[in-house]
Design a protein around this ligand. Structure first.
Ligand SMILES: [Zn+2]
Length: 159
């Protein structure tokens, strides 16, 4: 494995290690864990149509108190889950935080995927796939009880 990729994996493993995750967990449990660790709630929301139409499929908006993760809802449950994991990856790596950058009373700046560097994208993507592997998320061999939509739906408070 090329050195650069190895060090990318190591950086992800270091972050995963700090999370102290259980053997298996759902997306909801993961969000709760990360929120507890950061002392800031994480809220998941479908992307506004305008953003989705502009080609963005997920984004993270941090306000002074809360982290909002937006995901493209007009796609497969598996893809939605991956989008959320990817954005959680950016959060865990601390790729940007609007704290301190937010002018008084100004609306938080919305950053889409394209504002990240390639390295940040690689980090978020690698962490997302490692979390997926660790959690046993994703398609099950025979798809019976493992319903990504059900897990994601409950994480998002969809009833
Ligand atoms: Zn990204």
């Amino acid at each position: 494995m090329p050195y650069r990729q190895l060090s990318l994996r190591r950086r992800c493993e270091a972050i995963l290690g700090q999370l102290d995750l259980a053997e298996r967990f759902c997306l909801e449990g993961l969000c709760t864990k990360i929120a507890e660790q950061r002392g800031r709630p994480i809220r998941l929301h479908p992307l506004p149509r305008e953003a989705a139409e502009s080609g963005v499929c997920g984004l993270w908006v941090g306000t002074a108190t809360t982290d909002y993760v937006f995901y493209e809802a007009q796609t497969s449950p598996l893809h939605q889950e991956h989008i959320v994991l990817h954005e959680l990856g950016h959060i865990l790596f601390g790729h940007h935080s609007l704290e301190g950058e937010e002018a008084d009373g100004a609306a938080p700046v919305v950053l889409g995927r394209t504002n990240y560097t390639t390295r940040q994208e690689q980090e978020a993507e690698m962490l997302a796939s490692m979390i997926r592997t660790r959690a046993g998320l994703g398609p099950r061999p025979n798809g019976s009880s493992g319903d990504p939509l059900g897990r994601l739906g409950s994480a998002m408070g969809v009833r």
